[in-house]
Design a protein around this ligand. Structure first.
Ligand code: ADP
Length: 217
């Protein structure tokens, strides 16, 4: 699942995980868990994440390498937020070479101005982690989590100055990964991912993947 911050990778991955029976591997979530636990990895990446910068390739590579060994990945998995540099993409290619998997890149394409509006409207439940947006994914009551009633908060790195840095990191370090995928012969689908509900976007992606798998729609 490829796309800029705020393009909806996490939302799409969660919907597709359910409908397609795939594991969801989010490096952002894994890193935030480490930061919350305060372990050695978490302590080493906290300030970089807070500044909106990428964490070192070796750190995320190690997390992903361990994660894809877990049994829930046998029927396939969705990588969300990884690879984010060409170096990470090269390691991933090595990790996958011995696995019977086919790789498809789903590129969520969203206009820059919509990205800014989405991220500035995004709120998260500090208790259960649910993310709310504006429009279709807004909570029932403004500022309150539908699931547990906790007061919603702005994600630490969704503050405006940090968002600017995340978008800069995306442009400079992550967008070249798309060219790398294409050069490696991996199919890349450009999926327009704004203006319709997340569910409708997911339904479209699901149909494409089922077709690739040779399943009936
Ligand atoms: P978003 O895609 O909206 O920026 P994520 O939750 O995917 O949010 O990532 C949050 C932060 O975690 C990033 O800004 C970065 O600091 C770190 N991070 C996540 N994945 C990677 C990765 N593959 N490589 C380096 N840093 C990462």
């Amino acid at each position: 699942m490829f796309g800029s911050p705020g393009s909806g990778k996490g939302t799409q991955a969660k919907l597709l995980k359910e409908s397609l029976g795939l594991a969801h591997i989010s490096t952002g979530d894994m890193l935030r868990e480490r930061v919350a636990s305060g372990d050695a990895i978490g302590r080493s990446v906290a300030s970089l994440m807070q500044a909106g910068e990428l964490v070192p390739d070796e750190t995320v590579n190690r997390l992903v390498e361990e994660r894809i060994e877990q049994p829930d990945t046998v029927n396939g998995f969705i990588l969300d937020g990884y690879p984010r540099t060409v170096q990470q993409a090269k390691l991933l290619a090595e990790l996958l070479v011995l696995r019977p998997v086919r790789t498809i890149v789903v590129h969520l394409v969203v206009d820059y101005n919509i990205i800014i509006a989405r991220i500035s409207g995004r709120r998260q439940c500090p208790a259960c982690g649910t993310v709310y947006g504006i429009n279709s994914s807004a909570p029932n009551t403004v500022g309150v989590c539908d699931k547990d009633g906790a007061k919603l908060a702005v994600r630490e790195d969704d503050r405006e100055e940090v968002v600017r840095e995340r978008l800069r990191a995306y442009e400079q370090q992550t967008s070249p990964v798309l060219a790398f995928f294409k050069k490696s012969g991996i199919p890349c689908w450009d999926v327009p991912a704004a203006g319709i509900t997340p569910q409708a976007i997911a339904t479209g992606i699901e149909a494409l993947i089922r077709k690739e798998r040779g399943e009936a729609a």
